[in-house]
Ligand binder design. Structure first.
Ligand code: FMN
Length: 499
């Protein structure tokens, strides 16, 4: 496997991931911006395969770096040379590679498992068309309904990491505010112009009649399948939104109404604003659903302006509980995917996972826990449709390396390793191992073990850690917090000493 993504990302934290990038305009040899993007999105092996051989950067005076508009600059040359060093025959493109990602949704073939999730990113004909051209296999179109939708301004808020990328994203957006006829016309034109791309029409009704009517109208357009939005946290009136998804009886009733009204596959999109998702998933199954999509956004409040105590986004001084998405929700989404995929009846349905997917590695986690396809919104809002290149590229490289021929083989690979907490073995420990050669003597391990652990580390005269094995419980907090990566697991499991 290539050098880990962490090493590369840390090298390019100042890169702005520009469009029409000045570095590329200045480079006479290649497209460094594209390679930087692949590195950023954990697809460094594809970048390596594209970099010319011999690497032209060694003898170049780096006009790319002079043209770079990032205020602190990016060591583009160094990164290109580092990426090029990963070049391996296994990663070189092969005409058969595209077949690796082919799969299906409820029996309908798709070119890869990557779809836009229902939201602003797929809310018009033009947007979906551009996404399809960029490489997305399909799109869940922005939820349509028969209600009058008036959106708030502003409607988003976010928390960023130190690199400036979005970690958590909150929205108070509702459903499509385009007229029903306009959306249905978009579906018709998308299927006419892109017959081989998957169009998942997301709908939301207020009662059985509306659900059934929308299903009938959508089917007439040629859309491939329906996604039933039982999960929008921003629709709280008139018996809609996540309030429906929290009541299994309503999920079953509305799913059945839709199934009786149409003959295309039906996928129920469920809310994470519950303790367990199995009840709603089983209700959808009883109602006749062909698939489950999860998760929609998580109810949340965030980012207070200390001057006036206003949380954001605020509209004329007021905010509302809204939906959280992006990187931060991924562990919660994975937990729900595992929960429903472990269920023997639900497991037979198509499972489309989402929540915080940005790279192929994120997507792989969803698949390993049972997702057949994955969907994305927040990362597309941040970086654009172009991320699909590296979702596909990275996953293909991984599969080639692992000798995996069909993406469906990945589905559920990790499920058997997820057990109830009562089944975890608790009689042995693995001690940490200190690598004094690279330890920088910051004593952070000492502080964390002292105040958040079991007082098993003391600094030596050279400030480097010394372990008291009698006190160490093998929790690995020190491994996680060490800023220089100088504490690792010893890998040796030993029986706990009797008290
Ligand atoms: C701005 C915004 C609008 C959204 N609108 C919808 C919607 O209309 N229907 C729906 O089912 N989900 C909607 N979602 C939820 C997403 O489809 C997705 O379930 C969620 O954002 C988690 O994925 P992500 O972390 O990749 O964004 C919306 C999300 C965002 C951020």
């Amino acid at each position: 496997m290539g050098i880990s993504r962490v090493i590369f990302r840390s090298d390019m934290i100042h890169c702005l991931i520009c469009e029409n990038a000045p570095c590329t305009a200045a480079c006479p040899h290649m497209d460094p911006a594209r390679e930087l993007r692949s590195i950023w999105f954990a697809d460094e092996n594809t970048a390596a395969a594209r970099i010319p051989d011999p690497v032209p950067c060694a003898d170049c005076d780096a006009p790319c770096e002079k043209a770079c508009i990032a205020s602190q600059g990016v060591s583009i040359r160094k990164l290109m040379m580092k990426a090029a060093s990963l070049k391996e025959p296994a990663f070189l493109p092969d005409p058969g590679d595209d077949d690796l990602l082919k799969t299906d949704i409820c029996g309908i073939p798709v070119r890869n498992p990557f779809l836009l999730s229902s939201s602003v990113v797929g809310s018009t004909y033009d947007m979906c068309a551009r996404a399809f051209e960029a490489g997305w296999a399909g799109a869940a179109f922005k939820t349509i309904c028969l209600m009058d939708i008036h959106e708030a301004s502003p409607r988003f808020s976010c928390i960023k990491s130190d690199t400036g990328s979005i970690v958590a994203f909150k929205n108070i957006e509702q459903l499509s505010d385009h007229a029903l006829v306009e959306n249905l016309d978009a579906f018709r034109r998308l299927k006419r112009d892109y017959p081989d791309h998957f169009l998942l029409a997301s709908i939301m009704g207020r009662n059985e009649e509306e659900w059934a009517y929308l299903a009938e109208e959508v089917e007439k357009t040629g859309a491939d399948a329906l996604e039933l939005n039982f999960s929008c946290p921003n629709m709280t009136k008139e018996g809609t939104g996540s309030d429906v998804g929290q009541v299994p009886e309503l999920v079953e009733k509305y799913t059945r109404a839709v199934k009786n009204a149409c003959s295309i596959p039906v996928i129920a999109k469920l809310t994470p604003n519950v303790t367990s998702m199995s009840e709603a998933a089983l209700a959808a199954y009883r109602g006749g659903a062909d698939g489950i999509a999860a998760i929609n956004t998580i109810k949340s409040l965030m980012v207070m302006d200390k001057e006036n105590f206003e949380f954001s986004p605020h509209v004329k001084g007021k905010t509302a509980v809204g939906g959280l998405s992006g990187e931060t929700v991924k562990p919660i989404a994975l937990r729900f995917i595992a929960e429903i995929c472990e269920h023997p009846e639900i497991r037979n349905l198509h499972i489309s996972g989402m929540g915080g997917i940005e790279t192929w590695e994120d997507a792989l986690e969803f698949m390993a826990l049972g997702a057949d396809t994955v969907q994305v919104t927040t990362s597309v809002m941040e970086y654009g449709y172009r991320i699909v290149e590296d979702l596909c590229g990275g996953l293909k490289c991984f599969m080639k390396l692992q000798g995996i021929k069909h993406v469906s083989e990945l589905t559920g690979m990790s499920l058997r390793m997820v057990v109830d907490t009562s089944e975890i073995e608790r009689d042995t420990v693995i001690y940490p191992k200190f690598i004094h050669a690279t330890c920088i003597g910051c004593e952070r391990c000492y502080v964390s073990c002292r105040d958040g652990g079991h007082q098993a580390i003391r600094p030596g005269a050279d400030r480097k850690p010394i372990l008291d094995a009698k006190r160490c419980v093998g929790c690995h907090l020190c491994v996680l917090i060490c800023p220089s990566g100088s504490i690792v697991s010893s890998g040796i499991r030993v029986k706990k000493k009797c008290e």
